[in-house]
Design a binder for this molecule. Structure first.
Ligand code: GDP
Ligand code: MG
Length: 217
């Protein structure tokens, strides 16, 4: 399932957004390290974490970006969104305000991200059943209206965390591979949000010069 970190067919940048405290950092640590932290602390020093998965026999390396708490001050810079092909827009099912703010985050994406970015609405903390403030059906209907995919997760008990990342990466992969079928190499290389595949044999050389590069490879 997981391959060597420096060998991949596709590299996709995915950003985590949503209000502070909804569980973004824990979704990331659950997916990339299978870790959960009960204390709420903002991410310091870590810009992104990676994990590779297999889709259709291809190795997809996800480079998942987490905020360092800037969302508290509404100060996420456009560099955060640059080159992102996917976004997990997270709210807390036990805090209605974080769900109400989803509209604001969608506007933020519209203003700063690529217009073709794949967005998944994620209702996190599904383990807090007794405290639920956002009905699943309501969020599902909202997602359908806005053409977002939707899932409820729990970073605490791991429910659907794998599925959420797997689904969004698969959706991105299908869009990207479809685009490649439909376009010539010349037009393909000019699209600015698409992460182009490279043969694995070319990987090591390219990696040496551009380790963290994630767009227009
Ligand atoms: P962020 O600010 O969005 O990055 O949120 P964090 O990942 O720092 O989580 C904020 C708080 O919510 C922490 O105390 C976490 O332990 C807690 N938390 C995160 N995910 C879950 C979850 O799925 N269930 C529960 N019950 N708590 C969670
Ligand atoms: Mg965080």
């Amino acid at each position: 399932m997981v391959s060597r970190d420096d060998e991949y067919d596709y590299l996709f940048k995915v950003v985590l957004i949503g209000d502070s405290g909804v569980g973004k950092s824990n979704l990331l640590s659950r997916f990339t390290r299978n870790e959960f932290n009960l204390e709420s602390k903002s991410t310091i020093g870590v810009e992104f974490a990676t994990r590779s998965i297999k889709v259709d026999g291809k190795t997809i390396k996800a480079q998942i970006w987490d905020t360092a708490g800037q969302e508290r001050y509404r100060a996420i810079t456009s560099a955060y969104y640059r080159g992102a092909v996917g976004a997990l827009l997270v709210y807390d099912i036990a805090k209605h305000l974080t769900y109400e703010n989803v509209e604001r985050w969608l506007r933020e994406l519209r203003d700063h991200a690529d217009q073709n970015i794949v967005i998944m609405l994620v209702g996190n903390k599904s383990d807090l059943r007794h405290l639920r403030a956002v009905p699943t059906d309501e969020a599902k209907a909202f997602a359908e209206r806005h053409r977002l995919s939707f899932i409820e997760t729990s970073a605490l008990d791991s429910t659907n965390v794998e599925t959420a990342f797997h689904n969004i990466l698969t959706e991105i992969y299908h869009i990207v591979s479809q685009k490649q079928l439909n376009s010539t190499p010349a037009t393909n290389s000019s699209t600015d949000h698409v992460i182009l595949p490279r043969p694995i044999s070319a990987e090591n050389e390219a990696n040496k010069s551009n380790k963290n590069c994630c767009q227009n490879l």
